[in-house]
Design a protein around this ligand. Structure first.
Ligand code: PAF
Length: 287
């Protein structure tokens, strides 16, 4: 496993691999790796000759009041998790390498980044779009892999790739869950034992949403949302930020549930903000 800190070195490696006709798979991460990330890496290993992962806690996607400073960082632990997977390269630049003095370019992703999570995290998705564009230009992958857990992020990145003509195949992979259904996330580490127990309500509420749509044949999004909110509000440690039913392609809010739709939610448990979602791609089968 090659460890690379310099942009020029990563670009030179990718240029060489491409000239040799080798396919490059890429998993961008902010580290604190868990089984969700590892599942993306396994998929990349299956589909590409060369797999690169980046580890970079990107300051431009955190708001001033957010958890940039306390975001979990564990490079040695991450490298230990990566080595049995036989990942080919780890790119872990520092902030000065990615954003040198005077850096001022930013991608404005527009409305899709201002709704749902973007409403309470202004600028977040512009920061994601900017760093992912930089990483794509540095790693030059043929295929990139993202988790469905960050559903809005995947919609933002698909739009970015389409509109800026990146020649990259974006793959959205299933959310990996704990045994009680909680989606794996680096931020789960912030939860106390009690909060962690309470967090199981996220998945339970998504399952209720699914039952209401699929078994209960309810297509009125407001009824599905209020059923889910009622369940979450019964858990005193959890505060709902939003529960929304949206078009799975463009994230537009929908009133009448038709497929493909996504039920997305964000909650606060103490100081920790958690998100999750499910996609309804036909009325019988839910992902
Ligand atoms: O999902 C993440 O970990 C980050 O948003 C990403 C895509 C690595 C960009 O910093």
């Amino acid at each position: 496993m090659q460890t690379i800190r310099a942009i020029k070195e990563m670009q030179a490696l990718s240029t060489r691999l491409r000239s040799e006709g080798k396919s490059i798979g890429f998993v961008p991460t902010m580290g604190a790796l868990h089984e969700g990330h590892l599942s993306l890496l396994r998929r990349s290993k299956d589909e590409n000759v060369f797999t690169a992962v980046s580890i970079f806690v990107n300051p431009t996607q955190f708001g001033p009041q957010e958890d940039f400073n306390k975001y979990p960082r564990d490079l040695d632990g991450d490298l230990d998790k990566l080595s049995p997977l036989k990942v080919d390269a780890v790119f872990f630049p520092d902030a000065g390498e990615m954003y040198p003095e005077g850096f001022s370019t930013s991608i404005q992703i527009g409305h899709i980044g201002e709704i749902l999570c973007g409403a309470s995290r202004p600028g977040h998705f512009n920061g994601v779009a900017t760093v992912v564009s930089k990483l794509f230009n540095i790693v030059m992958p043929h295929r990139a892999y993202f988790g469905q857990k960050d559903f809005q992020q995947t919609a933002v990145i698909r739009k970015l790739v389409r509109e800026l003509n990146f020649d990259i195949d974006v793959n959205v992979c299933p959310t990996v869950r704990e045994t009680d259904g909680l989606a794996m996330s680096s931020r789960n580490a912030y939860l106390t034992k009690e909060q962690r127990k309470a967090a199981a309500i996220l998945f339970r509420s998504l399952m209720l949403g699914k039952d209401l749509v699929v078994s209960g044949r309810i297509s009125d999004a407001r009824r599905v949302k209020s059923g889910m909110m009622g369940l979450i509000e019964g858990e005193p440690l959890v505060g709902v930020e939003y529960v929304e039913v949206v078009d799975a392609e463009n994230l537009a809010e929908i009133r009448e549930i038709k497929t493909p739709a996504a039920i997305c939610l964000a909650v606060r448990i103490g100081d920790t903000r958690l998100i999750d979602n499910i996609i309804i791609d036909n009325m019988e089968k839910l992902v």
